[in-house]
Design a protein. Sequence first.
Length: 277
Amino acid sequence: MINGITIGADPELFIVDNNNKVISAVGLIPGEKGKPYVADNMPKGFGMEIDNILGEFNIPPVKLRSGFVNNINYMKDYIDNFVKQINPNYGIQCIASRMVDDDQLQSDEAKLFGCMPDYNVYTEKKNKKPNAKNQNLRSAGFHIHVGYDHPAVPESLKMVKLLDIFLGIPSVIIDPDKERRKLYGRAGAFRLTKYGFEYRTLSSYMMSKDSILNLVWDLLTLALNFGGLPNAFDKNQIQYIINESDVEEAKKFLNNFEYIKESHFERIQNFLKTFEV
């Protein structure tokens, strides 16, 4: 059992105009990778920057759901208002991936991919640098930062695997996107940190609505307080479901996974109905 758990995040999002065209954040949002812009009116621990052509923000680590949801919404609103002051036709979009027009990909930043590698928890090796067949594809992640007392590598690796089960597989049902994992967000994607680890499988869509954010918190805390890996843990099955975004296999897995509470599975299923015609 781990103690002193804190949850933070550094999510990415798209800037779009009122015709739903993706607009490069380069030149719109101040701050650069690793050097976030912190405005005078921002509370401590918040900041924003660019990553490739996307906007990215940081929130401070918290221990309560309300702080997690409120902090993410604070920065979403802040960036939305910030770009609207530059152009009232601009806004934010929390979605897993978009195709971007050539005219928005002319900056040096737009050509930077995978400058800092992440790792595969199942192989414990670096994930390959993204090399999309379509050079206009861009993706946005919702990276979760987990801190805890006396972090240890074996414990962090175990928790990344648990998050794949409790969050990664449900996200296949909730998030309709099939393109992002051609670039990022494959099963077990993580980085170790001095305070714990960063889980990098989820997309920006998972912060698009409060209802999803609340479910993310519930499933996250279930995973982190679970203990050991389930007896029926099958790493090949888990990787296949997430990497192939196989909704039917994800539903079968969760139907047979007794540790996902029935109420949580109903909420996951309700999100799926949103995309059924």
